[in-house]
Design a binder for this molecule. Structure first.
Ligand code: SAM
Length: 240
């Protein structure tokens, strides 16, 4: 079977922020994308607490939609601060339309507190686009990006997630991604301690995750968003 070539993201810049005309949606919130990532993905998966008491020497995050790498860098920052120095973070993301290096650079300039960390990611970005892997921050973080459609990429993945960053444009703007087949892959790649967090509380996501064995909990969203969802994997056949 021949694989479709990967199409790079074609961005527009609106008020200095990256915007996808193809999906008619933003890459990160104009309110404060950095604080939103902290709230939704880092706190939503209780990562600081879990990393301060890490039982093993690795932790794996799986993400849908690498985008500008903002979630990745926030996770790295928390990891480098709170996880044991001899432990390694494995961050595996899937991305159908990777940003070009110049767009990536411009997008990450936005986050002053992350400049030093962004610079390390940018140094490795060309290699990442070519090989899909990079070892960062004195080998304390192993990044892998699988290029292609989320469900297809995850179906070829065998590494289980300790936490999911369920990102990607809003379900209403990107219905092709938020499908039962994606949630089924998430379930296949989860274990009893696996958690997830996502910015959306759309019914299609809540129902899809529940049906594949996740306990879904609504919590307050970031900023003007009333709700988001988090949860954990209960197991196959336990959804209701
Ligand atoms: C809101 S952005 C993600 C933001 C990102 N997590 C960050 O930290 O910047 C959504 C991303 O999902 C990607 N995407 C959309 N549909 C996809 C699909 N079906 N499979 C994989 N990636 C997809 C888009 O190309 C885009 O980069």
């Amino acid at each position: 079977m021949t694989q479709k070539p990967i199409t790079q993201a074609a961005l527009e810049w609106r008020d200095g922020l990256p915007y996808s005309p193809a999906f008619n949606d933003v890459y990160f919130s104009s309110d404060d994308g950095l604080l939103e990532t902290e709230h939704v993905f880092i706190q939503g998966n209780a990562l600081v607490n879990r990393w301060q008491q890490l039982p093993g020497d690795t932790f794996t995050i799986l993400e849908t939609g690498f985008g500008t790498g903002l979630n990745f860098l926030c996770a790295c920052r928390a990891w480098l601060t709170h996880a044991p120095v001899n432990a390694a973070l494995h961050f595996i993301s899937v991305e159908k339309h990777p940003l070009g290096a110049a767009d990536m650079h411009k997008a990450l300039l936005h986050w002053q507190p992350l400049h030093a960390m962004a610079s390390e990611l940018l140094t490795h970005y060309d290699t990442l686009l070519e090989t899909g892997t990079a070892s960062l921050f004195n080998d304390r973080v192993q990044l892998q990006v699988l290029f292609g459609d989320a469900t297809a990429c995850l179906s070829g993945c065998s590494t289980k997630a300790d936490a999911w960053f369920l990102d990607g444009f809003a379900p209403a703007k990107n219905p092709d991604m938020w499908q039962p087949a994606l949630f089924a892959q998430m379930a296949r790649l989860s274990h009893p301690q696996t958690t997830f967090a996502t910015f959306t509380s759309a019914g299609i996501v809540r129902r899809g995750l529940t049906a594949t064995g996740f306990k879904v909990v609504k919590i307050p969203g970031f900023g003007r968003k009333r709700e988001m969802i988090t949860g954990y994997f209960i197991g196959h056949g336990h959804g209701s």
